[in-house]
Design a protein around this ligand. Structure first.
Ligand SMILES: CCCCCC/C=C/CC(=O)SCCNC(=O)CCNC(=O)[C@H](O)C(C)(C)COP(=O)(O)OP(=O)(O)OC[C@H]1O[C@@H](n2cnc3c(N)ncnc32)[C@H](O)[C@@H]1OP(=O)(O)O
Length: 716
């Protein structure tokens, strides 16, 4: 609701819709009625709009979007324009976070005041819409084009001080916001309003406008990769150079275009999915869930292994204020890791000026130092036998109630847990590299993992700023199990006529930051080569004895990646992989050696080259992965499609504007079309089991059920 209180001549409208004061329909109705009451009351000479509780407002109610309520009277644009039309001065005073629609109200007001700790932002582009309600027209008039572009297109928040400097705020206050705002409102009651109306001003620096817009356009064309909101927002900003009323019309047209686009639905879904997965439950037993399981309190964590992952994990833990004991048998490696960690946390190594966070680190070669920690994250080399040995040791040196987590990207959690006497306290915590940057934490429960252990791992993820997604135990878990198929098909496309750069280009145009071959070169081809060797698919010398070159373990197999690795071409780190890299450069250059290798492979094996369309590249690389997602749901290894989508959005750079693989399949491709496509490729490639449609997909496609609607209904 919104409260209405009079302080002498000032009417204060306070938004009170906890926790985030979103501008839901009932709030807008009360704000509008408060505004009208204040305008009619002759004793009222000025109006303050502010918020109660922790923040001013998180903006429009995203959960109303797509429903009638979003447009119900008064809509946000109607309310904002009523503020702009007020003939009594309106002062908006904000604190905490002020986003989207809150900024729109402020820009329509005559004065803007904020507490010094405020963060102001326009996240609309992230949910695929234009900042309408006059924001795209008033903001450039107030702060100039350059800052407006920066705020609207980057969606980054601005501090109170920055907002004051740019002219967005009239005053920053440090005392009690209510009394400051009331005092300020009184002081402006006699001031003329005409030149306080932002809409009546001209955009400053209009003479350099074209340069600013051109530069922004060039940047966005490069970065947007299929997302339509950023460039549309830029067009709206450009319209601020027109007379205000014409610009407002243009803003409305562009706003409507995005409001009804499929991409805004996908982006909104992504926003909500990231929050939904926090409400975890076991797919096979909903009684075990975030409400019923209590996490243990974790104050100190042991990290075992000071390689790249161990260092990244340690940084996250220290940044969250936890105490960390870092164990590494190799002293040189340990010292190197400590320097990296201290540097990353802003402290200087071997000096007394370590940051407070860095001082919470104890680095040692002695396992016994793990005796008092509440939880250990093992981050040693990805080798089952090694991990089992390490877990046996951990079991003997840690206190009995300590949780033992393994940072594995695909090994069997149950096999690791069975090396201990406490399988109920063993869990997988799969961090993504670089661990201190990537927001995803894939938590894997084993057969014996207790609800308390799961709750603790999920809580730890939240503490260190990650989005934890709970999944079941299977080779590769959810992320790598699905992702592997994408690379498999990408290689088959090389056999059939494509070059690595063709495949990468199409998938980058689809929205991925990097195509599969560039990703492979970045990650190091040897990582997966070792896994294929472990799985018996290949050997360091080539195919295992008596094995056909193009078939392994009953399925079609492409040996090209193995051939590159046998030549020591592991990717960027060796200067050559699917591409070549000039010394010190990360630019992937098409390589004639790879071209000849593919050509020879095709000739030697009688593989016919044909032209492959972009559409086929997308279908071949993405549909098997999606089909596997359906299998994962069918097998009860993920609670819902949101969990899978969040893994891909945050862990694998899946383009956010498509919502994630499962949303994309459901809402963009359509399950019926997906099924027919899988069947088509299954007929063409009968030796690839991943083209066999999952039964869940078949049922849903046949019954015309929507996956997202089905999932929303089954979520706790
Ligand atoms: C023709 C019609 C025109 C209509 C005009 C449309 C105009 C739109 C302008 C806008 O205002 S668009 C909306 C802009 N705002 C956002 O995108 C909100 C972004 N929110 C955030 O960044 C964060 O939530 C936060 C505000 C920084 C707070 O972060 P925190 O980590 O503290 O909390 P969360 O876990 O993120 O959220 C808690 C809870 O609240 C829900 N929520 C957050 N923001 C909104 C919102 N704007 N609307 C509805 N609900 C919101 C969030 O989903 C969580 O709830 P859940 O149940 O756990 O999902």
């Amino acid at each position: 609701m919104a409260e209405y209180v009079i302080y002498e001549t000032v009417a204060v409208l306070q938004i009170n819709n906890p926790p985030l004061n979103v501008l839901s329909h009932h709030v807008r109705r009360q704000l509008m009625s408060g505004l009208q009451q204040a305008l009619q009351d002759t004793a009222v000479r000025s109006i303050v709009i502010m918020g109660k509780g922790q923040i001013f407002t998180a903006g429009a109610d995203v959960k109303e979007f797509g429903t009638e309520k979003a447009l119900s009277d008064p809509s946000l644009p109607t309310l904002v324009e009523a503020v702009a039309a007020s003939n009594k001065p309106v002062v908006t005073a904000f604190h905490g976070t002020t986003l989207g629609g809150g900024v729109a109200l402020a820009l329509a007001s005559h004065y803007r005041l904020a507490a010094s700790s405020v963060k102001i932002g326009l996240p609309e582009v992230e949910i695929g819409i234009v900042p309408t309600c006059g924001v795209s027209q008033r903001l450039p008039r107030l702060v100039g084009l350059q800052t407006a572009v920066q705020m609207i297109v980057s969606a980054q928040t601005m501090s109170a001080q920055q907002a004051l400097t740019t002219g967005l705020l009239d005053k920053v206050v440090s005392g009690d916001l209510l009394s400051e705002a009331v005092g300020f409102a009184k002081s402006v009651e006699v001031q003329a309003l005409a030149d306080r109306r932002v809409g009546s001003r001209a955009v400053p620096g209009a003479d350099t406008a074209e340069d600013v817009l051109d530069a922004a356009r060039k940047r966005l064309v490069r970065r947007s990769r299929g997302a339509i909101a950023p460039l549309t927002c830029l067009q709206a900003i450009q319209a601020s150079l027109l007379p205000f009323e014409t610009g407002m019309k243009r803003e409305a047209e562009l706003g409507q275009y995005l409001w009804t686009s499929w991409q805004t639905g996908a982006l909104r879904y992504a926003f909500l999915a990231e929050r939904t997965v926090k409400r975890w439950y076991l797919p096979g037993n909903k009684t075990v869930n975030y409400r019923t399981a209590e996490p243990l309190v974790i104050n100190s964590v042991g990290v075992l292994g000071a390689g790249t992952m161990g260092v990244g994990i340690t940084i996250c833990l220290l940044q969250a204020g936890l105490k960390v004991v870092l164990i590494e048998a190799n002293k040189t490696q340990l010292d190197k890791a400590v320097t990296l960690i201290q540097r990353s946390l802003g402290g200087r190594s071997h000096s007394k000026q370590l940051s407070h966070q860095a001082m919470q680190l104890r680095a040692t070669t002695d396992y016994r130092q793990l005796g008092e920690v509440d939880l250990v994250i093992e981050a040693v080399f990805e080798d089952l036998a090694l991990k089992r040995k390490v877990f046996q040791q951990l079991d003997s040196v840690t206190k009995p109630q300590a949780i033992l987590a393994t940072n594995t990207s695909g090994l069997d959690i149950d096999k690791i847990a069975s090396a201990t006497q406490r399988p109920d306290k063993v869990i997988g915590t799969h961090f993504f590299s670089p661990a201190n940057v990537m927001r995803l934490l894939e938590n894997i429960y084993g057969r014996h993992t207790s609800p308390e252990t799961i709750a603790t791992a999920m809580q730890l993820g939240a503490t260190i700023g990650k989005v934890g997604v709970l999944v079941g135990n299977c080779p590769g878990f959810v992320g790598n199990r699905m992702k592997g198929l994408n690379f498999t098909e990408a290689m088959f496309l090389l056999e059939e006529g494509a070059e690595p750069q063709d495949v990468d280009k199409v998938l980058e145009e689809f929205g991925f930051a990097m195509g599969p071959f560039r990703v492979s070169d970045l990650a190091g081809g040897d990582v997966h080569w070792r896994r294929r060797i472990q799985a018996g698919l290949t050997t360091e010398q080539g195919p295992p004895p008596n094995t056909p070159l193009l078939y392994r373990q009953g399925n079609r197999y492409c040996p090209l990646a193995d051939m590159l690795c046998m030549q020591g071409r592991f990717g960027q780190k060796t200067g050559a992989g699917w591409y070549r890299y000039e010394s010190g450069s990360r630019a992937a250059l098409p390589d004639a050696v790879v071209h000849r290798l593919i050509l020879k492979h095709r000739q030697d094996n009688g593989l016919q080259r044909r032209n492959i369309s972009s559409q086929e590249i997308v279908e071949r690389c993405l549909y098997p992965l999606i089909n596997e997602g359906f299998r994962i749901l069918e097998e009860g290894l993920a609670a819902g499609p949101q969990d899978i989508d969040v893994i891909f959005l945050l862990g694998f750079g899946w383009p956010r504007h498509t919502g994630g693989p499962m949303y994309y399949a459901d809402k963009v491709v359509g399950l019926g079309i997906l099924l027919r496509c899988l069947e088509k490729y299954r007929a063409l490639h009968p030796r690839s089991a991943h083209w066999v449609p999952s039964s869940l997909l078949q049922t849903m496609a046949t019954q015309g059920t929507s996956l997202t609607a089905w999932a929303a209904g089954s979520r706790l």
